[in-house]
Design a protein around this ligand. Structure first.
Ligand SMILES: [Cu+2]
Length: 142
C-alpha cells in the first residue's frame, strides 16, 4: 500500500469553486524516474459538485505529453491502456494510484528533481479547467 502525505495538497478548483461547484484534487504527486523515462502521476479527484464530471484531457507545461492511463493486470501480463475520458459521479471520487489509473507524463521540459512542484491541468467536458501542483516524490513509498 502506497501512502503519501502531502501537506497543503488540497487544491480547490478556482473556476469550479467560484461557480459554486466542488471538485478537488488532493494528494497529487509524480513518481520520480531519472532521465527521459515516462513518469506516473497520482492523485485523488473528489467530486462534490452535484453533477457528474468528466475529465477529457490532461496537460502540463512541464511535460511534452500527458495522458490518462489505466494499468490492467491480466494475470499473466500487466498492460497499460490509454483512457480517453473518465467520468466521476457526484458525490464520488476516483483515485489515481500505482497499479490503476494514472497520468503518464512524457518528455520533461527541464530536468526534474525530488521536491519539485509541477502544474498539471485537467480539462473537463464542461469546459472548465483545474490546475493542481504535483510534487515530485520517490516512486516507491511505504
Ligand atoms: Cu501508463
Amino acid at each position: 500500500m502506497i501512502r503519501t502525505v502531502t501537506a497543503g495538497a488540497l487544491v480547490l478548483l478556482a473556476t469550479l469553486t467560484q461557480a459554486g461547484h466542488g471538485v478537488a484534487i488532493r494528494d497529487a504527486w509524480i513518481g520520480f524516474l531519472p532521465g527521459d523515462r515516462p513518469m506516473g502521476g497520482f492523485f485523488v479527484l473528489d467530486n462534490r459538485s452535484g453533477r457528474e464530471q468528466t475529465v477529457v484531457s490532461v496537460s502540463s507545461t512541464a511535460f511534452e505529453d500527458v495522458s490518462m492511463h489505466r494499468t490492467i493486470d491480466q494475470g499473466d501480463a500487466v498492460t497499460m491502456k490509454p483512457v480517453a475520458s473518465l467520468s466521476i459521479p457526484s458525490p464520488g471520487q476516483v483515485e489515481f494510484a500505482p497499479g490503476g489509473y494514472h497520468l503518464m507524463l512524457m518528455g520533461p521540459q527541464r530536468p526534474l528533481q525530488m521536491g519539485d512542484q509541477v502544474p498539471v491541468q485537467l480539462r473537463f467536458e464542461s469546459g472548465e479547467v483545474a490546475t493542481a501542483q504535483f510534487s515530485i516524490k520517490p516512486l516507491w513509498q511505504e
